[in-house]
Write a protein that binds this ligand. Structure first.
Ligand code: 3IX
Length: 194
């Protein structure tokens, strides 16, 4: 068991996360936040194609099958790919808060090796919110949704405005995203957070 760094411990004034009233119902697939996303994008041929499903409260589950392209050692998943799967799963929690947030810190424990072909059953929840800071944790199980934990993470996401992407993203992709009605709809869904 490893220790968690101080910056991942919610401050004394942190509060419980509140599920947005318009969040997808428990059991509903969330869909990709961006078609070209390496974690969840359906139009991204090199991606993980991770699919997340809303859970109760501010929690969700997700599945990802480790492909031959994800190897680090022969027949085993690369740790960075597994960390990406955790990052994506944790990032998807923001759908349930209707908040746009980016990963500030991600601490990962690799508990068991994960062979190619394995289905990773991921679960994640927001543990606390303090201003723009969103604290969360996730785990990935193998062999089934109740199987042993192979990977786990604690994370701190920081709320940002859409301008974070518009100001920092490469102009050609931003332009394409802004002229895609589906993408604008997805971005707007996040922006209506009261
Ligand atoms: C039309 C186009 C639309 C396109 C968009 C469409 C849809 C978007 C929808 C969703 C997309 C969102 C996310 C994607 C979802 C999943 C993918 C996985 C998630 C990722 O893969 S996402 C990429 C990796 N991610 C980054 O690319 C972040 C780079 N980074 C920064 O952009 C800045 O660094 C930022 C913004 C994080 C903070 O900058 P900032 O200036 O806004 O705020 P500041 O520094 O003041 O921090 C405020 C408080 O957070 C604390 N804090 C900050 N960072 C910390 C750290 N690392 N450790 C501990 N504490 C930290 C401070 O200590 C302070 O705490 P306190 O308030 O207590 O003082």
């Amino acid at each position: 068991m490893s220790g968690i760094s101080a910056s991942l411990t919610p401050p004394a004034d942190a509060v419980a996360a509140v599920r947005h009233p318009d969040a997808p119902a428990p059991g509903e697939l969330l869909g990709a936040h961006y078609g070209q996303c390496f974690g969840c994008g359906e139009d991204q041929p090199h991606g993980l194609h991770l699919q997340a499903r809303a859970g109760e409260g501010v929690s969700l589950t997700a599945e990802f099958t480790v492909q031959p392209a994800h190897q680090g050692a022969p027949g085993l998943a690369h740790g960075g790919v597994l960390a990406t799967a955790l990052d994506e799963t944790l990032g998807s929690l923001n759908w349930l808060l209707r908040t746009i947030a980016v990963t500030g810190r991600l601490e990962t424990d690799f508990v068991r090796p994960v062979p190619v072909g394995t289905v990773l059953y991921l679960e994640a929840e927001v543990t606390a919110v303090a201003g723009r800071k969103i604290y969360s944790r996730a785990a990935g199980r193998i062999g089934g949704p109740d199987g042993p934990v192979a990977i786990r993470a604690e994370a701190l996401f920081i709320e940002v405005k859409v301008d974070h992407f518009v100001d920092n993203g490469r102009p050609q992709e931003i332009k394409a995203a802004m002229s895609d009605p589906d993408q604008l709809r997805r971005a707007r869904a996040f922006e209506v957070n009261p």
